[in-house]
Ligand binder design. Structure first.
Ligand code: BES
Ligand code: ZN
Ligand code: ZN
Length: 500
């Protein structure tokens, strides 16, 4: 779906579907919807009086225009109560419109910007919300079905944002352009997470990363088992050795600022399949663990977006990739391994593998000059218990940094909720034979324990850790995200890097 902005009168534009809106309780619509109403001889007001159009949020009424205007259909989406209106409502209304457009197989869709200028919303923000939500809603994974017949929805070719005030066009074009880059990063992330683990192996991921890097002028280095061994990444290798697939560690560099500017490192958990290892997971939901590389995928596409947007920051990405498998050569509970940092780790659970590979990836990022670190990982089931599929967890050692990330997420509707890193949690990880345990056997504060483990390897470098276990891959629809991978965290990190 291509998104463009046009300076046109919506009553005169030819399209398959024209999207307008209405607040709850309005009997005679104003603005753009009012103009369409008049062109349709008052049909929208008539339907509103008859309560066929309610204006309630998450409702949409489809009207056949019967040749009264060039648009074949008009869709009136509800915006809810004007007193409760905000960007979340803009996003749900846009999502509703895209769903309807696909249902009627519309190819050319024209929309107005919901709420531009209303209730303190800036036209720019509203436009970004409409475009982002539309692109997120339009996403489908290609998949591996050989019979494409059971897919009976249409493909939207073009979404045109129509605005008759020429003064707003430049702003809208900028917003739509930004939305397209960000949404593509999110949707590309969803694609990788959707891929099964027999296709999305560490080697395959590395090939994709090389291609993405090459196309965007990003420096890319892929370390294989030999180089990883040479770097003495004992924590990473402890997980990797149980698998037949060779582990990889990808390093990407993008320089958008001068040499005096700080290097921000992005580190993403890339477990292409998490069986739990010898601490084997129960079978019921094990297939979902092909998505345990969501953090890795999001880091790759954040880097691409940063290059596309020419973000003025120096970025370093470190992406550790491996399967976590049980085998005769696999890591065992009770084992002690030496991480790249020199710290020794006693293994309590081989299923706490994410923090192991992150520990070495972070140590390596610091060696390569990281002065600020963001890590993103499907790290703990406990985060799902705490926050469900609604919010990601965020933890860190620098409160200002954490708060900036939280507000960056909010700009695109991503919720990040901070969980603590109280020093007392360190006691959960106290080992009698090594420097630290990789998990506690207490079953308490799982997300904070995971964060506490990672913090040990971060040291004093400003750091934020995003736990996307509950949000990266949904088992039901949440807002404008359909069941399945979401690309969660991508919007937050790019917005942060944009100082947005
Ligand atoms: N990949 C899982 C976390 C996870 C669970 C992500 C469900 C998405 C959905 C992680 O590697 C894991 O298994 N964590 C353990 C840690 C525990 C052994 C300390 C967990 O959360 O149970
Ligand atoms: Zn695990
Ligand atoms: Zn995992």
């Amino acid at each position: 779906m291509k998104v463009s902005v046009k300076n046109v009168d919506i009553t005169k534009i030819k399209c398959d579907l024209l999207v307008v809106n209405e607040f709850e309780g309005v009997k005679t619509p104003g603005g753009a919807t009012g103009a369409v109403d008049r062109a349709l001889n008052g049909l929208i007001s008539k339907l509103s009086r008859a309560k066929e159009i309610s204006g309630k949020l998450n409702t949409a009424t489809l009207i056949h225009t019967q040749g009264r205007i060039p648009a074949e259909h008009v869709l009136v989406v509800g915006l809810g109560k004007s007193s409760e209106f905000g960007l979340d409502e803009v996003r749900s209304a846009s999502a509703k419109a895209i769903d309807a457009a696909k249902r009627i197989k519309a190819k050319k869709v024209v929309t107005i910007i919901h709420g531009a200028g209303i209730g303190g919303l800036s036209p720019f923000e509203s436009c970004r919300a409409v475009a982002e939500s539309s692109l997120i809603t339009d996403y489908r994974f290609k998949g591996y079905k050989t019979d494409k017949k059971d897919d009976d929805e249409g493909k939207i070719e073009e979404l045109i944002i129509a605005e008759k005030d020429a003064k707003k066009i430049k702003d809208f074009e900028r917003a739509a352009g930004l939305a397209q880059v960000l949404s593509r990063a999110v949707n590309n992330t969803r694609d990788l997470v959707n891929e099964p683990s027999n296709k999305m192996t560490p080697s395959e991921f590395a090939l994709i990363a090389k291609k993405v890097a090459k196309e965007n002028g990003i420096k890319c280095l892929v370390l294989g088992k030999k180089e990883i061994t040479h770097e003495k990444m004992g924590a990473f290798l402890a997980i990797e050795k149980g698998s037949e697939e060779e582990g990889k560690l990808i390093v990407l560099r993008y320089k958008g600022a001068g040499p005096k500017e700080k290097t921000i490192a992005l580190v993403g958990k890339g477990i292409t399949f998490d069986s739990g290892g010898i601490s084997l997971k129960p079978p019921r939901k094990m297939h979902e663990m092909k998505g345990d590389m969501a953090g890795a995928a999001s880091v790759l596409y954040v880097m691409e977006a940063a290059a596309e947007l020419k973000i003025k920051k120096n970025l370093l990405a470190v992406i550790p990739l491996t399967e976590n498998m049980p085998s005769g050569g696999a890591l065992k509970p009770g084992d002690v391994v030496t991480s790249m940092s020199g710290k020794t780790i006693e293994i309590i659970s081989t299923d706490a593998e994410g923090r192991m590979i992150l520990a070495d990836a972070i140590t390596y990022a610091k060696k390569l000059g990281a002065e600020k670190i963001i890590d993103i990982a499907t790290l703990t089931g406990a985060c799902i218990v705490a926050l469900g599929d609604v919010a990601s967890g965020i933890l860190g050692n620098d409160q200002t940094f954490v708060e900036k990330m939280i507000s960056a997420g909010a700009r695109s509707g991503e919720k990040l909720w901070q969980l603590p890193l109280y020093k007392e949690y360190r006691e959960y990880l106290k080992s009698s034979i090594a420097d630290i345990k990789n998990a506690s056997d207490l079953g308490k504060a799982g997300t904070s324990s995971g964060g506490t483990f990672i913090k040990e390897f971060v040291g004093d470098t400003p750091w934020a850790h995003i736990d996307i276990a509950g949000t990266a891959d949904l088992d039901r629809q949440v807002n404008h995200y359909k069941k399945g991978p979401t690309g969660s965290g991508v919007f937050s990190i790019i917005n942060y890097l944009l100082n947005y």
